[in-house]
Write a protein that binds this ligand. Structure first.
Ligand code: GLU
Length: 409
């Protein structure tokens, strides 16, 4: 059913593969749709895209959900707490995809393809030799013209098959669409007869997400900009079903300066890509989100300077104030935001946060501040709650070094 939401409400989703703990890149990528859903009284969905079984890890879903909840992202519908538009795990939606694929077959927009690996390799070699575009299209799409009898004979024979879209696109024509961040985009139409159901009965991501975004009544697709070149194909699917298309916002990945070059932040190469890097140092989660807010909208920082007592939730974010080049992740800037954030907390708030942090990361210090609770609070109160509070703690791990000499032991 349509969702009964007020005018302008955004239904957004974060749709990761269950490949493990979130890293800074996906923490930011999920911050964006969450913020837009919240500020419009919409709905934020966590959907798990596990049709590529090779990438899934055990507990992958719990880990992702835990990480997002830990940052106080409010997730209205997700695989564990449920919701009315589920299941929220793609491999549990197989019957749904079957029904939608079957519908496309019934209207002549999809067909079974019995080509073997060898047929496809031969096709590719021929295309390479003739310097033609690689892919299953036009005259190369052998199975698109099989007769009913031929198809039946293959099926009766128990031959393996996939289901392919019967594309009506023309590669020499362009489609034009609007991306909320990048503006108007022009790309060649899709003319590939892409696989919509694999031989194991599972759809690839592209088909699954079109069906899901439609049924979950997603209004805004925010995702990595590496998907932008696939939009013409997705558009063709939306049109084949006659679904109302969502709006797109392709997010630029968080980037990092590496010597002279700027590149995408990498889980493998950059320690600061791991969320644990910040937890160990005791950088408050709220400071990280404030930093994300500055990356999300260029005018946030100025607003925040005037409204330091407010939360980022009080700011009205817009897609058109998002950077058109990859936001540059700057640790010094984050530490600076964190320093300001900690300076504005009360002594009780800092004490409580310090307790939580040290309980996990510095047991000796934890014992000490439990034993000298009032003293610690007094120490933490030095030059706090005044017009120009001290700003020398950028994280909870900074505090011990600066205060330990004030204790007797
Ligand atoms: N499952 C995709 C990924 O992990 C997300 C694609 C989407 O959001 O549409 O990158």
């Amino acid at each position: 059913p349509e969702r009964q939401l007020k005018e302008g409400a955004i239904v957004s989703r974060f749709a990761p593969s269950p490949t493990g703990r979130v890293h800074m890149g996906n923490l930011f990528a999920s911050f964006v749709p969450e913020v837009f859903a919240r500020q419009t009284d919409g709905v934020f969905i966590l959907r798990i895209e596990d049709t590529d079984a090779k990438r899934a890890i055990e507990n992958g879903i719990e880990l992702i959900l835990d990480d997002l909840k830990n940052y106080n992202y409010k997730i209205d519908e997700n695989p564990i707490d449920g919701g009315n538009y589920g299941p929220y795990i793609q491999t549990e939606r197989k019957e749904i995809y079957d029904a939608f694929a079957k519908y496309l077959v019934s209207i002549g927009r999809a067909y079974p393809c019995f080509c073997s690996e060898e047929d496809l390799t031969n096709m590719r070699s021929e295309q390479e030799a003739k310097k033609e575009r690689i892919g299953y299209y036009g005259k190369y799409a052998k199975c698109r013209n099989l007769t009913y009898e031929e198809v039946k004979a293959h099926l009766d024979n128990g031959d393996k098959y996939v289901i392919r879209l019967r594309s009506q696109g023309d590669f020499n024509k362009k489609i034009i669409f609007k991306d909320l961040i990048k503006g108007t985009i022009e790309l060649p139409e899709n003319d590939l007869d892409q696989v919509i159901i694999k031989s194991d009965g599972i759809p690839p991501y592209a088909f699954a997400h079109v069906v899901d975004d439609h049924l979950m009544r997603v209004t805004h697709v925010t995702r990595d900009d590496s998907y932008i070149s696939s939009v013409p194909y997705h558009m063709e699917l939306w049109e084949a079903f006659n679904f109302k298309k969502p709006k797109f916002a392709h997010l630029l990945p968080l980037c990092i300066k590496d010597g002279e070059t700027i590149r995408k932040i990498s889980k493998r190469k950059d320690p600061e890509a791991a969320v644990s890097f910040y937890h160990e140092r005791g950088i408050p989660k709220e400071a990280i989100k404030l930093y994300f807010a500055t990356l999300l909208n260029s005018n946030f920082e100025e607003w925040y300077l005037q409204n330091q007592d407010k939360s980022y939730r009080d700011f009205t974010f817009t897609f058109n104030k998002m950077s058109k080049s990859g936001p540059l992740f700057d640790l010094d800037k984050l530490l600076n935001i964190s320093r300001n954030y900690i300076s504005r907390l009360t002594k009780d708030e800092v004490y409580d946060d310090l307790l939580t942090w040290s309980n996990t990361y510095d047991k000796d210090f934890y014992d000490l501040i439990i034993k000298y609770k009032e003293n610690t609070k007094n120490i933490l109160n030095i030059e706090r709650q005044q017009k120009k509070p001290r700003k020398d703690y950028s994280s909870y791990s900074d505090i011990k070094d600066q205060v330990f000499y004030m204790y007797d032991e």
